[in-house]
Write a protein that binds this ligand. Sequence first.
Ligand SMILES: NC(=O)c1ccc[n+]([C@@H]2O[C@H](COP(=O)([O-])OP(=O)(O)OC[C@H]3O[C@@H](n4cnc5c(N)ncnc54)[C@H](O)[C@@H]3O)[C@@H](O)[C@H]2O)c1
Length: 366
Amino acid sequence: MSEPVGIAVIGCGNISNQYLKNLTRFPDVKVLFCADIDIERAKSQASAYDVPESGGVQQALDHPGVELAVNLTIPVAHAEVATAAIEAGKHVWNEKPLALDMDAARALLIAAEEKGVRVGCAPDTVLGAGIQSARRLIASGTIGTPLTALTLLQGPGPQAWHPDPEFLFAVGAGPLFDLGPYYLSTLATLFGPANRVAAVGRKPSATREIAAGPRAGTEFGVDVPTYVSVLAEYASGQAASLLFSWDSPLSRYGFVEITGSEATLAVPDPNGFGGDLRLRRLGDQDWTVVPSHGATAGRGMGVLDMVRGIRRGEPHRASAEIALHVLEMMVAIERSAAAASFEPVASSFDAPEPLDAEWDPYVAGS
Ligand SMILES: NC(=O)c1ccc[n+]([C@@H]2O[C@H](COP(=O)([O-])OP(=O)(O)OC[C@H]3O[C@@H](n4cnc5c(N)ncnc54)[C@H](O)[C@@H]3O)[C@@H](O)[C@H]2O)c1
C-alpha cells in the first residue's frame, strides 16, 4: 500500500467543516496543514479536526509533506491561491468556480501543465451515488434516447443563512456561478459538452440584508444577476432549460429531470451525493422509485478520486477540463443575458470513466 497523500486545506470557512470531517477519515489522504489569511480561523479548524499544523498560505505551500492543496477560499481568490500552489509544485483541488474568467482559468491550466501537477475542481457531487446511478441508468437505455432536461433552483438567497454572504453576491457568484456548477456539471456528466447557450438575467434589488449570524441586519451590495433563465444546446443533440433564481420567496431546488424517448428520469439533488432516482414511463400514473447505488461520502470524494489517480497514474474524474467547460458555459450565459443573443461554447472534454458502484472511500486504494 502506498503512503497517504499529504494535504493542506487552504480557506478554513463555512465549507471547510464538511471537507475536514471527510478528508480526515479517508485513509488515502493525510491532512497535514490548515491555512487561512485569518490565522486564528486556521488554528481553530486544525484543533477541531486534529490537524497537526496551521498558519498562513505560504507556510502551507512550503510544507514538504504537502502534495496537494485543497483550495476552499472565496471565488475571487481561487485563481491566485491555486496559482501559488502550482508554483510551489503542489497539485490543486479548487472549489468552484475554477476561476472568475476564462483567461485566468486557462492560465491556471497552462501553469499546472508546465509544472507537471494536476488540477481538479468541485463539484464532486457528480461522483455521488445519485448522479452516477443516473448515468448508468441512461447508458442502459432505460429512458430511451435522452432528449431534454429541465432544472430548477429557486429560493430567497443565501443571505438568509450564510453569516458572511457578501461574496455570494459579488462577481464570480450569484445563483449562476455559485450553484450553476452543480446543475451544469450534472448535465455535462449525463449529456457531454454543450455547444450553445442563451439566457435572460435580472437583478431586482441592488442591496440585501444579512439575516443570520453575528452580522445580521448588515446591508450589502448585489453586483450580479440574481435571476438567470438559460437555454442550452448540447453537442450530442439534447436541449435543456435551466432556472437559477435567488429572487423567489418559494424555495425549490435540486430539481433535475431528464426526458428521453421512453421515459422521464428525476435525478436526485445535484448539490448532494445520494438520493433515490424516480422514473416515469409513457402512460405511467405515478413515479417508480429506483434506488441509487454507490458512494455517498460527501465533499472530498473528488479529492480522494484525484489522489488515487495520482498514485496509480490514472486520470481523475472531476477534471479541470470539465470545470473549464462549465466556466465557459457560465461566462457565455452572462454574455448572452447582457447581449440578448445565443452564445457559442467552444471548449469540450472527454467523459471521465464512470465511478464503480463498489468504490469505497474508506478502504485505502479501493
Ligand atoms: N458554504 C457552502 O455551503 C459551500 C458549499 C459548496 C461550495 N462552497 C464553495 O467553497 C468556497 C468557500 O465557501 P465558504 O462558504 O466556506 O466561504 P467562507 O467565506 O465561509 O470561507 C472562506 C475562507 O477563505 C479565507 N480566504 C479568503 N481569501 C483567502 C486567501 N486569499 N488566502 C487564504 N484564505 C483566504 C477566508 O478568510 C475564509 O476563512 C467558495 O468557493 C464556495 O463557492 C461553499
